[in-house]
Design a binder for this molecule. Structure first.
Ligand SMILES: Cc1cc2nc3c(=O)[nH]c(=O)nc-3n(C[C@H](O)[C@H](O)[C@H](O)COP(=O)(O)O)c2cc1C
Length: 191
C-alpha cells in the first residue's frame, strides 16, 4: 500500500512539507509506503482546456513539457493521495491548482480512475483563508470519487516563517490523527 503526498508550496521543506511529514510518519508507523513530491522549483502550467485528454484517453495530458504527467503516474499508482498547500490569498497555490485541474481532467477523461482512492488535504496558513484552500482540495477529491477521512479538527497548521508551524501543537496533533485515520481507512478499503 502506498500514499503519495504533493506539496504545492513554492517553498521547499516549509510549513506545508512539515505538516505533510507528520501525516506520512503515522502512515509509515502502520507499515504504509510513502513518498513526498514537492512542486517547488518544478514547472507546472495550468489547463489549456484543449480536451485532448478526452479524445486520447491514455491517462496523459498532451502538454508533456512539465511535471504533470509524472504526477498523474504517481497518483495512479498510489492507494492514497495527500494534497498539501500553503494558503495564498485565501486559496491554494497556483501550482497546486494546476495539479488539481489537469490531473482531475485526465482522471475524469479516463473514467474517474482515482475512484475509491483515499484522499486528504493539508493546509498551512499564517492567519486566514485556510478553510477556503482546504475546500478547494476537497472539491477535487469529492468530484473524483475519492474517499476522504477526517481528523480531530480541519487539517490546518498555523505558521508564517519556515518551521513556525512546529509551534502549533493542535495543528500537529491534527496531522497525526489524520495519518492514523487515513491508515485505518486504507486498511479497511485497500487490504
Ligand atoms: C503569495 C502569498 C500569499 C499568502 N496569502 C496568505 C493568506 O491569504 N492568508 C494567510 O494566512 N497567509 C498567507 N500567506 C502566508 C503562508 O500561507 C504561510 O507563510 C505558510 O505557512 C507558508 O507555507 P510554506 O512554508 O509551506 O510555503 C501567503 C504567502 C504568500 C507567499
Amino acid at each position: 500500500m502506498k500514499v503519495i503526498a504533493f506539496n504545492g508550496s513554492a517553498r521547499k521543506d516549509g510549513n506545508t512539507a512539515i505538516l505533510l511529514n507528520y501525516v506520512l510518519s503515522e502512515l509509515q508507523n502502520e507499515g504504509i509506503e510513502t513518498e513526498l513530491f514537492q512542486l517547488a522549483g518544478k514547472e507546472i502550467r495550468g489547463c489549456m482546456a484543449c480536451r485532448k485528454c478526452f479524445q486520447n484517453k491514455d491517462m496523459r495530458c498532451v502538454v508533456n513539457t512539465d511535471v504533470l504527467n509524472e504526477c498523474v503516474e504517481k497518483m495512479s499508482e498510489a492507494d492514497g493521495i495527500l494534497l498539501g498547500s500553503p494558503t495564498y490569498f485565501s486559496d491554494v497555490t497556483t501550482e497546486m491548482k494546476a495539479l488539481i485541474d489537469r490531473s482531475g481532467y485526465v482522471a475524469r477523461a479516463n473514467g474517474h480512475t482515482f475512484k475509491h482512492k483515499v484522499g486528504a488535504a493539508v493546509v498551512a496558513v499564517r492567519r486566514a483563508g485556510s478553510i477556503h484552500a482546504f475546500d478547494t482540495i476537497n472539491h477535487f477529491f469529492l468530484v473524483n470519487q475519492l474517499i476522504v477521512p477526517g481528523s480531530s479538527y480541519w487539517n490546518i497548521g498555523i505558521g508564517r516563517k519556515k518551521g513556525e508551524v512546529e509551534k502549533d501543537e493542535e495543528g500537529i496533533q491534527t496531522m497525526k490523527t489524520l495519518g492514523q485515520n487515513m491508515a485505518w481507512l486504507l486498511k479497511k478499503t485497500h487490504a
